[in-house]
Design a protein around this ligand. Structure first.
Ligand code: UDP
Length: 346
């Protein structure tokens, strides 16, 4: 890791899949990092390798509650908000909490940024486009979201979070950046995440039926996590404060294509099992990344093949390691408590 710099970043949701990769990248760049997480879907194991890192600290708390003194008393130059369950089965498990995480949680973190004079980055989502009528989706497209459906707690929650962010911007209360993340995948996804990449890879590795919802003709565009994190860091460092920026990989494929690709790649004999299509499942999704290219000089570099191979290799390794108690005989809860006593890092 590089020598320390003056950047002190708060990463809310830093023990999650994307958050933990962002924490690693910020530390590698020389920043001091405080991670705030409630472990609703994040996992202590994602930060295990940071035990003893002097520029890293961990605070266990929920962003919808008053921020603990361990956060509110510190100085921050940057606040990243990645705190929210992001997989449909997870964010629908407690929809009220999902909505509040996005609205109250984002408000709490924006107020923190205001008080500290810190730059703030919100991770919003392609879900703000709903089941899109425009294809590919540009940032100017206002979306087609069902505000009473089962996905609304997340979609509308993120839309409200964007509203709050840009209100703080307009009123000069905080210096705000907003990224709209499209489907992202890679190591450290939960095996029980419930999304298509993790499901299909885990099913293929276990020789279980691969589940395809609907007829598999719906499309998505999948971005590898290292590319996504690079985009987030470029956006935070940029002057792009006049609107959201799509971050995603524009290579689009059907869910059936993805499943077949994974089956071929893993040499699995799993069969395909068709299940009902979830309500309000978007028919197609693909980012227009013209804005990110022009303003951030960003575009994804990792091909789908490379990314899927790395992800499958990681899941295979995870399968071989013991769970739910890890190799050192420590439960996730005990490990979380140990993280919370992390090394003070200012
Ligand atoms: N999907 C699927 N099988 C699964 C999980 C998901 O066919 O085991 C489908 C899902 O219905 C959707 C697409 O794959 O059409 C992507 O779903 P995911 O949950 O990964 O992301 P999102 O719907 O949020 O884009």
């Amino acid at each position: 890791m590089r020598t320390a710099n003056s950047k002190i970043a708060l990463v809310a949701g830093g023990s999650g899949f994307i958050g933990s990769h962002l924490v690693d990248a910020l530390l590698a760049e020389g920043a001091t990092v405080v991670c705030l997480d409630s472990f609703t879907t994040g996992r202590p194991g994602n930060l295990r390798h940071l035990h003893g890192e002097s520029r890293f600290d961990f605070v266990e708390a929920d962003v919808i509650d008053e921020l603990p003194a361990a956060v509110s008393r510190r100085r921050f130059s940057h606040v990243y908000n990645l705190a929210c369950a992001a997989s449909p089965p997870h964010y629908q498990m407690d929809p009220e909490h999902t909505m509040l995480t996005n609205v109250v949680g984002t408000r709490n973190l924006l107020r923190l940024a205001e008080e500290k004079g810190a730059r703030f980055l919100l991770t919003s989502t392609s879900e703000v486009y709903g089941d899109p009528e425009q294809h590919p989706q540009t940032e100017s497209y206002r979306g087609w979201v069902n505000c009473t459906g089962p996905r609304a707690c997340y979609d509308e929650g993120k839309r409200a979070a964007e509203t709050l962010a840009f209100d703080f911007q307009r009123l000069r209360r905080a210096d705000v950046r907003v990224a709209r993340l499209f489907n992202t995948y890679g190591p450290r996804m939960r095996p029980d995440d419930g999304r298509v990449v993790s499901n299909v890879i885990c099913q293929a590795l276990a020789g279980e039926d691969v589940t395809i919802y609907g007829d598999g003709s719906q499309t998505r565009s999948f971005c590898y996590v290292s590319d996504l994190v690079d985009g987030l860091m470029r956006l935070m460092a940029s002057d792009v404060r006049d609107g959201p920026v799509n971050l995603g990989n524009p290579v689009e494929l059907t869910v059936s294509d993805l499943a077949e690709r994974v089956l071929r790649m893993t040499g699995s004999r799993s069969r395909i099992s068709y299940r009902p299509l979830p309500i309000d499942d978007p028919r197609r999704r693909r980012p227009d990344i013209g804005r990110a290219k022009a303003l951030l000089g960003w575009e994804p570099k990792v091909t789908l093949q490379q990314g899927l191979e790395a992800t499958a290799a990681w899941f295979a390794q995870e399968r071989d390691s013991a769970e739910p108690v890890d190799a050192e005989g420590e439960s996730e809860a005990a490990e979380a408590r140990r993280l919370s006593l992390g090394v003070a890092a200012e």
